[in-house]
Write a protein that binds this ligand. Structure first.
Ligand SMILES: *[C@@H]1O[C@H](CO)[C@@H](O)[C@H](O)[C@H]1NC(C)=O
Length: 109
């Protein structure tokens, strides 16, 4: 039951993100920074690749440390892939620091 609920919530978030990014072809991606967590697989993974291709500067958080390199290899040099476990405060702090070193503004939704 919990799993089903979790999946529903995830699909909803994914849907909202998709709506947010894709029906607006006029957005100029240059100089825009986006942070996406959960880029190990599935939607986050596709989204990171898609936005990177469009020219966004992508911060991609992955849960499994081994995925850092494999995802970095799929993205341009403008993308930053890092390990992120959103249940760990130190990981969140590190992500925040990483982002702040590169940009004062994060383009979020
Ligand atoms: C990286 O970003 C800069 C500035 O937005 C852009 O000019 C350049 O083409 C990008 N490089 C890649 C590999 O996408």
């Amino acid at each position: 039951m919990c799993v089903v609920l979790g999946l529903l919530i995830l699909s909803y978030i994914a849907y909202r993100l998709y709506q947010h990014f894709f029906p607006t072809p006029n957005i100029d991606p240059r100089g825009k920074y986006v942070l996406i967590s959960g880029c190990d697989s599935g939607f986050g993974h596709e989204l990171a690749i898609e936005l990177d291709k469009k020219g966004f500067h992508v911060f991609a958080g992955v849960f499994v440390p081994n995925n850092v390199i494999s995802l970095q290899n799929k993205l341009s040099s403008n993308a930053t892939v890092f390990h992120l476990d959103i249940t760990k405060q130190e990981d969140i702090d590190a992500a925040f620091k990483l982002v702040k070193e590169k940009t004062p503004v994060l383009w979020t939704c």
